[in-house]
Design a protein around this ligand. Structure first.
Ligand code: M6R
Length: 610
């Protein structure tokens, strides 16, 4: 999704601005731009496509290179096609005000009509363009830019993170946020603003997270924040960024996706470190300590999440119900927020999110705020919005995930959900000891799946010619089937569906023929025989079958065309080994088709709009 970076300094800001935009590229974007002010003269340069192209154009502009203040943006189109005109920064007609914006201004049409009636002319299709014109409009009556900016903010509905420049105050960047992340970096004789820590981490680790309805004025010497709703000054609370640049480096891997899939064993270790100890009957989840008493009275859990995090939530449903005996309901955050369902104070909401910035998941948390519901988070990005608006939570500690497709985050989320289930069982489940022991040896089992990468690559070459796929499984394998299908479609653009194996006869079987392969997850479980019957039904209709089974299953070969073996593990930890194999399969299929695996078309890493 869109990204923002802004710098005010006493030396040239162009290179760090462009570097900041490059580090935001992983979020997904279609155009980029920067606006800088040099000697009161604005320079606004925009490009469709790669930041690299923008870099070439900006660095050939001597005026721009001398600027010591600037804002930049990577855009992921929502209103209007990806064109230079629609790219940010947007400006007023006299080119004195420049604005970059993340989010959506929901009432932009109404504002646009009002401004058009006042004689304002619009050139883009974007919602953002109303902002510089609106500030311009208020500048006619307000004494200062800050006052005009605040008046404009009062009129905007929706979600926004905004950074603005004004040529008549060329030492200041004006920023504001509502329901869209924005942080301020505190440097030495320079200050920064960014929508994502990765854009400024090279310069400072000292940051202030802006909260909703806060705006700030940044110069190279000061940061002044105030709440524009309550009209109060805010004393900035500086925090230290916990972001490991080393972990985000590619090393010898050809792309982030493969690196992140290969991070999976370490991901389980990091998500278990200090929490799970063999031989102990306590799971130590420091992030839940302050709600320990409240958790004793919880009799229902609702999990809300999107995409892969939602599928991790479905695995969590099976885990928590089986291990802790608590009823769990998993809901798509985008649906949850509009449902009218009853809540009691004995319900806990668990929001799961890698980025901690997904708009729908944030909205789900906000929805329950007035019900007295305990709000918990399972989040990877430290300091993100969800980690800050929940009452308590457990971090995934998977390190930065840069590839748009979420892989290691799923592994971390499922590991954390296993720990939460064990913790809620208070050590009373017969599965407690076996699971704790299994978690400690699981990373090695995942390593052995990664060792099969070459075989899976061969398989992918054979299957990449097909246009449709179905993934199926029962029990814990069912959410894995959904995850396998999502990963395949998102990375390869092949049509793929995930199904509960028992549902095949209720409709999907009609699609099966020699051109429609089925990927069956049939790892050892109490239901393996039933899944085998489903395999036979597919075979009888001529459908090609790839089966993912536990090591030692010799009979499966006679039923299927191809087999992937994964190490034996408990049924409850199977999703961790199965998902790694599915992630590798989707990866190699995408590579066989020549796809951009880190940045699939049309997608963004962090979905910060509805
Ligand atoms: O950051 P989140 O975990 O909240 O993101 C949720 C989904 O947008 C994300 O999992 C998405 O489905 C991935 N592209 C899947 O690989």
């Amino acid at each position: 999704m869109c990204g923002i970076v802004g710098i005010v300094s006493n030396k040239s800001v162009v290179k760090p601005l462009i570097d900041g935009l490059k580090s935001l590229e992983y979020r997904g974007y279609d155009s980029a731009g920067v606006a800088v002010i040099n000697d009161h003269q604005p320079i606004n340069i925009k490009q469709v496509g790669r930041v690299e192209l923008l870099d070439q154009e900006v660095t050939h502009n001597d005026e721009a290179m001398n600027a010591i203040i600037g804002i930049g943006h990577t855009r992921w189109a929502t209103h209007g096609a990806p064109t230079t005109i629609n790219a940010h920064p947007h400006s007023n007609s006299s080119n004195t005000i420049f604005v970059v914006h993340n989010g959506i201004i929901e009432n932009f049409k109404e504002i646009k009509i009002l401004l058009e009636n006042e004689g304002y002319k619009f050139i883009s299709d974007t919602d953002t363009e109303v902002i510089p014109h609106l500030i311009d409009y208020y500048l006619k009556t307000e004494k200062t830019f800050k006052q005009a900016f605040t008046r404009a903010l009062d009129d905007l509905h929706g979600a926004y993170a905004i950074a603005a420049l004004y040529t008549k105050t060329p030492d200041s960047i004006y920023v504001a946020r509502l329901s869209s992340p924005l942080l301020i970096g505190i440097g030495n004789k320079e200050n920064y603003v960014a929508s994502d820590a990765s854009a400024i981490i090279n310069h400072t680790k000292q940051v202030v997270y802006l909260k909703d309805y806060e705006m700030a004025v940044l110069t190279n010497k000061s940061v002044k924040i105030h709440n524009f709703k309550r009209k109060t000054e805010i004393i900035p609370k500086t925090e230290e960024l916990d972001f490991d640049l080393e972990k985000a480096k590619l090393g010898n891997f050809p792309n982030y996706l493969l690196k992140e899939i290969f991070d999976s064993p370490e991901t389980v270790r990091l998500a278990s470190a200090g929490r799970v100890r063999s031989g102990s009957n306590i799971i130590k989840l420091g992030g839940l300590e302050n709600v320990k008493e409240q958790l004793k009275y919880i009799d229902r859990i609702v999990i809300a999440a999107c995409g892969t995090s939602y599928y991790a939530g479905l695995v969590g449903e099976y885990l928590i119900e089986e291990i802790a005996g608590l009823p769990v309901e998993v809901q798509l955050a985008s649906e949850f927020k509009y449902r009218s369902e009853p809540f009691s104070r004995s319900t806990a909401l668990i929001a799961i999110s890698q980025s901690g910035e997904t708009a729908d998941t944030i909205a789900a948390i906000k929805k329950v705020e007035n019900y007295g519901v305990l709000k918990l988070g399972i989040v990877n990005a430290i300091g993100s919005t969800i980690s800050r608006i929940t009452d308590a939570g457990v971090y995934c500690h998977a390190g930065p995930e840069l590839s748009v497709a979420s892989t290691k985050a799923f592994i971390a989320q499922v590991t954390v959900l296993t720990e939460i289930a064990l913790s809620l069982s208070n050590g009373n489940s017969p599965l407690f000891k076996p699971l704790v022991d299994e978690l400690s040896i699981l990373p090695e089992k995942i390593v052995s799946i990664l060792g099969q990468s070459k075989n899976i690559e061969q398989l992918a070459k054979k299957y990449s010619k097909y246009k449709d796929f179905i993934f199926m499984g029962r029990g814990y394998a069912y959410p894995c089937a959904l995850e396998g299908a999502l990963k395949l479609k998102e990375l390869t653009y092949i049509h793929a569906e995930g199904y509960a194996a028992g549902e095949m006869k209720h409709g999907p079987l009609a699609m099966i023929d020699a051109n429609f392969p089925t990927f069956v997850i049939a790892t050892d479980s109490t239901m393996t025989d039933k899944t085998l019957s489903n395999i036979s039904e597919i075979k009888a209709r001529g459908g090609p079958i790839i089966a993912l089974v536990s090591e030692g299953n010799k009979s499966i070969k006679s039923y299927t065309d191809d087999v992937i073996y994964v190490p034996k593990t408990l049924e409850q930890t199977q999703p961790l080994v199965v998902a790694t194999a599915l992630h590798l399969f989707a990866y190699h299929m995408a590579m066989a088709l020549g796809r951009n695996v880190d940045r699939p078309r049309n997608l963004a890493k962090s979905v910060t709009v509805e």
